[in-house]
Write a protein that binds this ligand. Structure first.
Ligand SMILES: Nc1nc2c(ncn2[C@@H]2O[C@H](COP(=O)(O)OP(=O)(O)OP(=O)(O)O)[C@@H](O)[C@H]2O)c(=O)[nH]1
Ligand SMILES: [Mg+2]
Ligand SMILES: [Zn+2]
Length: 293
């Protein structure tokens, strides 16, 4: 499995290294793979040739089909997405949070919302966040890498699946959380800065780490504005609190966009309805309702 990509090199871990061969090899790509640009990504399972056990080098000759794909950050064969958001520093922004959650939901995989830096708020505010995010259809994990709160629950959760990817804005404490989970890692972290307490893009590359044998976790570079999904009809399914309503009470028309169309079974008194509508409007070519009126 490719565990890191750096310029023209890939670091590949062997499932079971034959005797005398190191378990981690620095690899280049066969030219024909180069032609397709960065067709090999972290998380990909690859076939190796020309293994040089002394130098711990090899050549990647082929890529296995992917079981899943997270587009940004790019990681293959993901089994769960952990969306990390801070309660403060940088402050919690529902629009940005939703963009990350939508990106995660697009994979169709299990999505865990991780609320970081909980040492910065009191018990009442924590309970408020918990209730609020339940309303979004998520059961958040509240953690603090500073006090260690919630780290063992996070670990328990990660142990249930083979490859979890941490993603979220820069500076929310993704690398710090991984350091708390695996103190031997000593990943680089850096203080947030400026009036908006933004992160400083400290992590530069996607990299996979073993939590225990068979269970990996990916650290990724933070970014601030994920793209929106492109299909308006799929959008509703990416809001768990709306998805649930549609399961219980489907609308009369299959192409309903839940903007007050006739026969729409969706009620509007939920926090992110407004974000849903704005996202829908932001998607190209759907400024008019699809059904008369
Ligand atoms: N108070 C508090 N600060 C934290 C906590 N976790 C991380 N920090 C601080 O937040 C800053 C950013 O942490 P990082 O771990 O570098 O954040 P990141 O999400 O990996 O950022 P990028 O790599 O840029 O995406 C550092 O100064 C950390 O010490 C926490 O639980 N509580
Ligand atoms: Mg980081
Ligand atoms: Zn509807």
């Amino acid at each position: 499995m490719v565990v890191a990509l750096q310029a023209n090199y890939l670091e590949v871990e062997l499932d079971a290294a034959p005797q005398g061969i190191p378990s981690r090899l620095l690899c280049t790509r066969r030219t024909r793979l180069n032609h397709r640009g960065a067709a090999v990504h972290v998380g990909d399972r690859v076939r190796l040739e020309a293994v040089d056990s002394h130098q711990a080098r090899a050549v990647v000759a082929g890529v296995e089909p992917r079981n899943s794909w997270l587009s940004r950050p790019p990681v293959a064969n993901v089994t769960a997405v952990v969306v990390a958001l801070a309660v403060d520093q940088p402050s919690f922004d529902p629009d940005q949070a939703s963009r990350f959650l939508l990106t995660a939901e697009r994979t169709g995989l299990s999505v865990q919302l991780l609320l970081t830096k909980c040492d910065l708020i009191g018990p009442d505010q924590r309970e408020e966040y918990r209730q609020r995010l339940r309303g979004w259809g998520y059961e958040p994990l509240l953690i603090s890498s500073q006090t260690g709160e919630g780290i063992s629950s996070l670990k328990e959760r990660l142990l249930t699946t083979s490859l979890s990817v941490f993603c979220g804005p820069s500076g929310v404490g993704k690398s710090s959380a991984l350091n708390s989970l695996m103190p031997q890692l000593s990943l680089r972290v850096a203080a947030v800065s400026g009036r908006l307490q933004r992160g400083r893009h400290t992590t530069r590359h996607v990299e996979l780490f073993h939590l225990v044998p068979g269970v990996r976790v990916a650290d990724t570079p933070g970014f601030n504005r994920p793209d929106l999904p492109d299909d308006p009809h799929e959008l509703a399914l990416m809001f768990p609190e709306l998805r649930q309503q549609l399961q219980e009470w489907p609308c009369r028309f299959r192409d309903c966009l839940h903007r007050g169309e006739p026969g729409c079974g969706v009620e509007t008194g939920w926090e992110r309805y407004d974000i849903y509508l704005r996202t829908l409007n932001a998607l190209a070519g759907i400024s008019r309702p699809s059904r008369g009126g």
